[in-house]
Design a protein around this ligand. Structure first.
Ligand code: SF4
Length: 493
């Protein structure tokens, strides 16, 4: 069996294609040079977008349900401390234990200390982006504990020594041939290439790990504060095995992932399955409320709930708070024209796509993360797809403002403030538009002749500079139309 360390070695041997100390553009170039990756990402994303559109229509009032979900998420975020306290009290009343982790190091230390206390050798994990966020597998490996991912996509990327490239479909960037080659290498023999044979191989290998494991680690899709329960949803049933077979269960939950009641959970589940995978409901919806009772046959001896802050409380009460509504469905990734070209690895090792570009810089103060706000065309497709109405592209614009304030040079400040001044009056805008139209005609002429356009060669290499028809000045003068898509929350700024 391949262990975490061996998977990482495999990743190193593959050449660590993506360098996270480098900029987004450099990583995007790596993806763009790989037609197989681009084909795999586009194929799966297209499929998800199509089935999602069909299954959303099966709802009586999809728009109303999404409005309601956004309201419910906001109501919880407005009283998050109360909900977390209630969840913790109710979980403990049912025999569970709770640990509030201020940051990734505290969460890792707590989980590793539990593993040491129970002399754990093998930990099985069901999919958890929060565990990716805190680097749990590496921490367990450093303690000599084998952490085995049991979600099929997660297991594939673990064996390949890679990070997940999508928050719902971690191995989205891999083709069936890639998986057949990888599994054959692991098996030490050539395996048949059919999906059934490959999944049978995974099932056989993972089943023994479930039986051997001393500890199970799961994510949490939602905590239900009034009931002191947590809910996980999967399509493979692996979360049930991780949470009920080993003696110790540890659930790792981002602190914002709470709902108040069962009714609220119902609203979120109706949207999560549809938005994530185009299913009316995912195959396995588990509700857990503490360890095994005396009268029960199955379940762990100990259930620990680790509630992770790691930068989230910094976002509360700011103009970015609505980003914490996220239910990690991945719909914004599937429709994003940038994600569809470069896949998830070009963004960040943990959260990718539009929501990654928004939350990475909010959760950690890091110029590499802040730069991700530029990995967007601002077309607004992500905002339209989001089932909890997060104004993603508005947040990206705000993050660009923050980035410019901190990182941009004086020349860039001067250029953009002059541009802003020019566009704030109809006369200035018209003058700019006429100049742009003239430059656009010249650049199109130069491109046709293969002459590089000074200062604009990178832009005009792949596209021409758009002109502004005179009708657009007139429309703007009379106040009709706008320069970009805006949502009601835009007026907050
Ligand atoms: S931001 Fe919205 S669309 Fe994107 S993952 Fe979160 S809930 Fe889904």
């Amino acid at each position: 069996m391949i262990k975490e360390t061996e998977g990482r070695k495999r990743g190193e041997e593959a050449g660590e294609r993506y360098d996270y100390s480098d900029g987004f553009a450099a990583r995007a170039r790596v993806s763009l040079a790989d037609p197989k990756l681009r084909g795999a990402v586009a194929l799966t994303s297209d499929n998800k977008v199509e089935v999602r559109a069909q299954v959303m229509m099966s709802l009586k009032d999809p728009e109303g349900l999404q409005d309601l979900a956004a309201e419910l998420r906001d109501a919880v975020l407005a009283r998050l401390d109360e909900h977390l306290e209630r969840l913790a009290d109710n979980w403990e009343a049912r025999g569970g234990r709770v640990f509030f982790a201020a940051d990734a190091a505290e969460a890792r230390d707590y989980i590793c200390s539990l593993a040491r206390k129970h002399s754990a050798r093998v930990a099985v994990k069901s999919k958890s982006m929060a565990s990716e966020e805190i680097g749990l597998n590496q921490a367990l490996a450093a303690q000599g504990i084998e952490a085995v991912e049991t979600d099929l996509g997660e297991w594939i990327v673990q064996l390949a020594g890679e990070h997940p490239s999508h928050i719902v479909t971690p191995a989205l960037h891999k083709t069936k041939d890639d998986v057949a080659r990888l599994f054959s290498e692991v098996a030490g023999e050539r395996l048949p290439e059919g999906a059934r044979a490959l999944t049978s191989f995974a099932r056989e290998r993972l089943r023994q790990k479930f039986l051997d494991a001393d500890m199970g680690v799961s994510g949490v899709n939602f905590g239900v504060s009034s009931a002191g329960a947590i809910c996980t949803v999967t399509n493979e049933g692996n979360a049930r095995m991780c949470t009920s077979l080993p003696r110790i269960h540890i659930a790792l939950m981002g602190m914002e992932r709470v709902v108040g009641t069962w009714g609220e959970l119902g609203v979120m589940l109706a949207l999560l399955g549809r938005s994530a995978t185009g299913q009316k409901i995912t195959q396995y919806t588990n509700v857990l409320s503490g360890p095994r009772r005396a009268s029960e046959i199955d379940g762990p001896d100990e259930s620990h709930l680790v509630i992770l802050d790691n930068g989230r409380s910094r976002v509360l009460g700011t103009r970015y708070q609505s980003a914490l509504r996220c239910i990690r469905c991945g719909a914004c990734l599937n429709v994003c024209p940038v994600f569809r070209q470069v896949g998830g690895h070009a963004y960040d090792p943990v959260y990718s796509g539009p929501i990654g570009a928004v939350i990475n810089p909010l959760l950690r103060d890091d110029p590499q993360a802040a730069e991700l706000a530029h990995a967007s065309t601002l077309c607004g497709a992500c905002t339209e797809a989001c089932p909890v109405r997060i104004p993603l592209h508005d947040h990206l614009v705000r993050l660009r403002q923050d980035y410019a304030r901190k990182e941009a040079g004086r020349l860039e400040h001067l250029a953009y403030s002059s541009w802003a001044r020019a566009w704030s009056s109809a006369t200035g805008f018209e003058a700019f538009a006429r100049l742009n139209t003239a430059v656009g005609s010249m650049s199109r002429f130069a491109s046709r002749k293969g002459i590089p356009v000074p200062f604009l060669s990178r832009w005009t290499k792949e596209r021409s500079l758009p002109g502004f028809p005179p009708s657009s000045y007139r429309r703007l003068r009379s106040g009709v139309g706008g320069l970009g898509r805006r949502t009601p929350e835009s007026s907050e700024d």
